[in-house]
Design a protein around this ligand. Structure first.
Ligand SMILES: NC(=O)c1ccc[n+]([C@@H]2O[C@H](COP(=O)([O-])OP(=O)(O)OC[C@H]3O[C@@H](n4cnc5c(N)ncnc54)[C@H](OP(=O)(O)O)[C@@H]3O)[C@@H](O)[C@H]2O)c1
Length: 189
């Protein structure tokens, strides 16, 4: 797939590198290089917004050509007090880009585990995601698998708040409860 990665920080470079290694064509867009966010997005069928949550809407607007494309929101809002249906960051982005396939994914995993190809403590981690439609779902499941994780389908976009809560809980467990950044979610079933 052709993937535009917006934000070449920790997550952008890590996931972009995994996808390149899996044979995808990855282009990066950064605010430092004028026009590069639009170029990366307009030449791709998948867009990863790997920027702080507060910057995601602005980055999406700069990407501009997102209709019919999978847009992955991996952001975590720090210090968020409540997680409510209808109030997730992913739904906010979807409302701004109704013709895009916006999915919440990759927020509930630490970069350390991503860098280790989705494995930690000798196991393959689950990667929770939520979003609407089969087009985005199929592409995303492939990209999750290509990053080394097992896709964990948490249902429609209105469930994105649940995936966001998983991310917040993980941040607490990793840093608040000092379990470290090599923990990961796995559903026993
Ligand atoms: N780190 C993790 O383990 C982890 C795990 C899951 C999800 N996440 C989420 O992933 C996202 C990225 O995290 P990260 O760890 O990769 O952070 P990071 O290393 O600080 O990278 C953030 C990137 O966003 C760019 N950026 C900031 N504001 C921007 C704007 N207004 N427009 C365009 N680009 C902008 C920065 O560009 P500059 O270089 O120009 O500052 C930087 O390249 C965050 O939402 C975070 O919550 C992180």
């Amino acid at each position: 797939m052709k993937i535009g990665v917006v934000g070449a920080g920790n997550i952008g470079k890590t996931l972009g590198g995994s996808w390149e290694a899996a044979g995808h064509e990855v282009r990066y867009g950064t605010r430092a290089e004028a026009g590069s966010i639009f170029e990366a997005a307009s030449s791709s069928e998948v867009i990863l917004l790997a920027v702080p949550a507060d910057a995601a809407l602005e980055a999406l607007e700069e990407a501009a050509e997102v209709a019919g494309k999978l847009v992955i929101d991996c952001t975590n809002r720090m210090g968020q007090a409540a997680f409510e249906k209808g109030k997730s960051k992913a739904e906010e982005l979807a409302a701004a880009a109704p013709d895009a396939h916006v999915f919440k994914a990759f927020n509930a995993a630490f970069s350390k585990v991503m860098k280790n190809g989705g494995k930690t403590h000798g196991q393959k981690a689950d990667l929770a995601f939520a979003g609407d439609g089969e087009v985005g779902r199929e592409r995303l499941e492939k990209l999750i698998a290509d990053a080394g994780f097992a896709p964990l389908d948490c249902g429609p976009l209105e469930n994105a708040y649940l995936v966001e809560a998983l991310g917040a809980a993980m941040i607490y467990l990793g840093f608040g409860a000092n379990l470290g950044a090599d923990i990961a979610w796995k559903l026993i079933r």
